[in-house]
Design a protein around this ligand. Structure first.
Ligand code: KG4
Ligand code: ZN
Length: 353
């Protein structure tokens, strides 16, 4: 097997990320520049602003990834870049950079699907992980259950009919007045440790549906109503709340988290049954995407997976949230199978738009 070195570039949402990875699985460098400050200031991602933030740092992030890997552009086997799904204005910044590098240094380009990368990075982490396997991909924008039969051959078992679980975490954090400088998920997870998860009875979504789909919009509404009923004022940050007020917020966080994750557990259990009918040799469930860095989520899903005699593979948090490593690795997987765009003819950087 040829030794490949691939640069991965990711700009689909609010993080500008780049990494250099070898085909033997060695991560040579990993750089992420986050727009967390912008997010906290404006309470969400504004595409135009995010695009400008990516444009400001992209050259520097890629250069840092190459420097840390102690590698020059000429030594790369290929450049991998996220081509979707995501904000098109933001995706374009990464693609433009990849094209420029490919044009200047005559490198092949591999276009990468962001969600496929969240799933496949598990194969870098767990070398025993062969196709077919199952994946639950949980992030701010996606809630997917898939059966990965082979590289590029995926069956969707379930998706969200409205919001993703990460969106529900983020809104809950905002309404509870939590510190939004980090993303909302980790803040809710932390506060939930102080609360009583059985204090508020939220309804588990989609109980009556015999499918593997998700819905988090209704749970979001239930949380908002509980916050109103408890007279919680999001304008008062949690750090200035009275101990009684803090307790009420923690109870909501814990109760929300319990039901949000119970919904994942129920649908995963059913999806495993479905998947085993299609591919009886499935042995692993991959859980990836930003929300998979949550310890409570991991523990509960591990329980389900063990009950079904499968094994859980959950990448470390730095590889669960958006990162360049997963893009580089997915680039390597496709490149090895001959799936890439041949290098454009050599040209000067100024010629490339
Ligand atoms: O995969 P990701 O980094 O970006 C997307 O592709 O969306 O996921 C970001 C999402 C956010 O909604 C964030 O709040 C959530 O992942 N998240 C968490 C945790 N860490 C990140 N949710 C719950 N608990 C966490 N510890
Ligand atoms: Zn993502």
């Amino acid at each position: 097997d040829e030794d490949l070195v691939v640069l991965g570039i990711e700009t689909s949402c609010d993080d500008t990320a780049a990494a250099v990875v070898r085909s033997n699985g060695q991560i040579l460098s990993q750089v992420v520049s986050s727009q967390a400050d912008l997010l906290a200031q404006f309470g969400g991602v504004a595409p135009k602003m995010a695009e400008e933030a990516h444009s400001r740092v992209i050259d520097q992030v890629v250069q840092e990834a190459l420097d840390k890997a102690e590698i020059t552009e000429k030594e790369l086997s290929a450049v991998a870049v996220t081509i979707g799904p995501g904000l098109s204005l933001c995706l374009r910044v990464g693609v433009r950079k990849a094209r420029k590098l490919a044009g200047t240094y005559v490198l092949p380009i591999v276009g990468v699907h962001h969600m496929e990368a969240h799933a496949l990075v598990a194969r870098l982490v767990e070398r025993e992980l062969q196709f077919p396997f199952m994946a639950l991909l949980i992030s701010g924008g996606h809630n997917l259950l898939i059966l990965a039969r082979d590289l590029g051959h995926y069956i969707q078992l379930g998706t969200t009919i409205d919001d993703a679980i990460g969106e529900a975490y983020d809104k809950t954090a905002k309404w509870l007045g939590l510190d939004m400088r980090k993303s909302g998920g980790p803040a809710v997870e932390e506060l939930a440790r102080e609360g009583d998860a059985n204090s508020i009875v939220f309804k588990v979504p989609m109980k009556q549906h015999k499918d593997c789909n998700f819905s988090y919009a209704g749970l979001k509404t239930q949380v908002r109503l509980a916050i109103e009923a408890n007279n919680i004022d999001a304008e008062i940050p949690i750090s200035s709340a009275s101990s009684e007020d803090r307790r009420a917020r923690a109870d909501i966080a814990a109760s929300f988290q319990r039901v949000a994750v119970l919904h994942l557990e129920e649908k995963c259990e059913r999806a495993i049954e479905w998947a085993l009918k299609i591919e009886p040799s499935v042995k692993f469930l991959v859980v990836s995407g930003g929300v998979a860095s949550n310890q409570f989520v991991r523990a509960r899903l591990n329980h389900i997976v063990e009950k079904k005699c499968l094994q859980l593979v959950c990448p470390p948090p730095s590889l669960c949230t958006d990162n360049g490593v997963m893009i580089a690795w997915t680039g390597i997987e496709h490149f090895r199978m001959g799936r890439y765009d041949t290098p454009p003819p050599a040209c000067e950087p100024e010629d490339v738009v």
